[in-house]
Design a protein around this ligand. Structure first.
Ligand code: FAQ
Length: 309
């Protein structure tokens, strides 16, 4: 990259300017952003799967309606993010191929099963909450199309969080069996949620550059801490416990916790989690079963005006 252009680019970032698709950008900025936005897009569409399996079993008509709408929103977020990633030059078909071949990652949390309805409430409350902490920070970042997509996603995600919290409270204040169900689900999901923000800062390979370029606006440990600060009290005030005896806030206001199993994290994000194979299989099925629709759209008179999913 031209050093003079690089200097101008970095000066723009320092001054808080937004970088737009037609602007000059370093090759590494483009590569890193493509990786990050693509992984985020994949996470949204793969994230629809664990909850999607509960649409037919949601307890009652209103919970079912809310869940259908939420899952639909998550897939919509995927569309917004694929569009944002495409502005950097990688075609959507290439991104989907990389997801299906295992070349591209997606969030660790979506490789675990939603065993009971309580798991769905934990996802809707705490995983949406964790996603919001990350997205509110990164929406103030440097790449225009990603920030605009994140702003819209955050509005919808905040509503998901409300419905997740409401369903979670209903179980936590319900019968002994319901409380036990939600406690068991919390115990199952706690470690994946701690993993969600990525490895500790000292082992985060991409953070330094991404923070310098204002793609990431907070480090992994900072985001984990913000999440704990906002949500642990909400869990404890319902009389529920978390499966970490070391979890506490220290005098300096930082949360202390037992180090989650990072070997397990790397195993899961590299394809070895309990549901990775099943999730990719369902995605492949969707890709193949929907091909005729995309082909028909491409040949229709409106084809050029429509995005291809
Ligand atoms: N899962 O150097 P770092 C959602 C990988 S959306 C899988 O720290 P970085 C909505 C990382 O890619 C959830 N892989 O990485 C919803 C890298 O591998 P690579 C998704 C992970 O990029 C809710 C390696 O570890 N959100 O939930 C994870 O600086 C409910 C080294 O790590 C986003 O994607 C992980 N958790 O920081 C949907 C937000 N963490 O590529 C349905 C955008 C790390 O070198 C229901 N992404 N890795 O092979 C980000 O902000 C960042 O990418 C981080 C990771 C913070 C996730």
């Amino acid at each position: 990259d031209d050093p003079e252009k690089l200097q101008q680019f970095e000066a723009r970032i320092t001054a808080g300017a937004k970088i737009e698709p037609g602007d000059w950008m370093p090759t590494e900025y483009r590569r890193q952003l493509t990786r990050l936005i693509e992984q985020h897009a994949h996470s949204e569409i793969m994230g629809a799967l664990p909850e999607g399996t509960w649409i037919t079993r949601a307890p009652g008509f209103k919970r079912k309606l809310a869940l259908i709408a939420k899952v639909q929103d998550e897939v919509g977020h995927g569309q917004l993010l694929y569009n944002a990633a495409e502005t950097l030059g990688k075609r959507r078909e290439a991104m989907i191929n990389d997801l299906l071949s295992g070349k591209s990652k997606y969030s660790n949390v979506f490789n675990y099963p939603a065993e009971t309805w309580a798991d769905v409430t934990v996802i809707g409350f705490l995983i949406d909450a964790a996603a919001i902490v990350n997205q509110v920070a990164n929406a103030k970042g440097s790449y225009g199309p990603y920030c605009r997509a994140l702003e819209r996603i955050c509005y919808e995600e905040s509503f998901h969080l409300k419905q997740g919290h409401d369903a979670f409270i209903e179980l936590a204040t319900g019968t002994a069996m319901q409380r036990d169900m939600v406690q068991q689900a919390l115990n199952r999901w706690w470690q994946p949620i701690m993993h969600f923000f990525g490895p500790p800062d000292k082992n985060s390979v991409h953070s330094e550059k991404l923070m310098q370029w204002k793609v990431k606006m907070a480090s992994n440990d900072e985001m984990r801490n913000q999440f704990l600060d906002a949500y642990v009290p909400k869990i404890w005030e319902l009389g529920l416990t978390l499966p970490d005896e070391q979890l506490r806030k220290d005098e300096a206001g930082r949360w202390q916790y037992a180090d989650p199993d990072w070997d397990l994290f790397f195993k899961v994000i590299n394809g070895g989690g309990p549901c990775n194979a099943e999730r990719v299989k369902v995605r492949k099925w969707a890709e193949e079963s929907g091909r005729w629709v995309r082909t028909a759209l491409m040949h229709s008179t409106h084809a050029r005006a429509l995005p291809v999913a």
